[in-house]
Design a binder for this molecule. Structure first.
Ligand code: AMP
Length: 155
């Protein structure tokens, strides 16, 4: 049970929620599970969303332990938005969508399902509805091809 783990595994961020170091993005940061990465530096990682809302849907996360906007250290937020801009430009160049949406959910009430801070970079295409609420697991080869297109567009 979540609360039975040692207190050292958690970082209190609000009165009611704790950072859980076993969340899936913490495992990606530690290299315990794979991700289709497009960019990584000492502070952030960008990788393909495994259940994309549209072609090119990319996530950007800080390496610091933060659940969302409220508990993130400002310097980590600054690094995160800088990498998000770099990756968003590359996604835009690679996929040439009609628009690009940036999403960041805080708490289940807003739709957050992974409790490690992340920005969604979501290309929007005219006449192609976003797969919001009906996304399916992507084909790995397709995700890798999309990631390569984004990496090629990084400047
Ligand atoms: P949110 O609902 O804002 O917390 O978004 C979490 C996102 O993480 C969803 O769009 C999931 O499809 C995505 N996701 C969950 N697990 C993985 C994973 N292992 N690799 C890539 N994306 C993931």
């Amino acid at each position: 049970m979540r609360w039975a783990r040692p207190a050292s595994e958690f970082h209190r961020v609000t009165n009611s929620m704790l950072y859980d170091t076993s969340n899936i993005f913490a495992k990606i940061i530690r290299g315990e599970i794979p991700a289709v990465k497009v960019l990584e530096d000492e502070r952030c990682i960008a990788f393909m969303d495994i259940m994309p809302w549209s072609d090119g849907h990319t996530l950007v996360i800080p390496k610091v332990q933060a659940m969302g906007l409220f508990d993130a250290p400002p310097d980590a937020l600054a690094a995160l938005i800088k990498q998000t801009q770099i990756v968003a430009r590359a996604v835009n160049a690679a996929f040439q969508p009609d628009g690009l949406r940036l999403v960041q959910n805080n708490s289940p009430g807003a739709g957050q399902t992974v409790f490690h801070l992340h920005f969604h970079i979501v290309p929007c295409y005219n006449d192609v509805p976003l797969r919001l609420g009906n996304a399916v697991m992507a084909n790995l080869a397709v995700l890798q091809e999309h990631a390569q297109r984004i990496r090629n567009a990084l400047t």
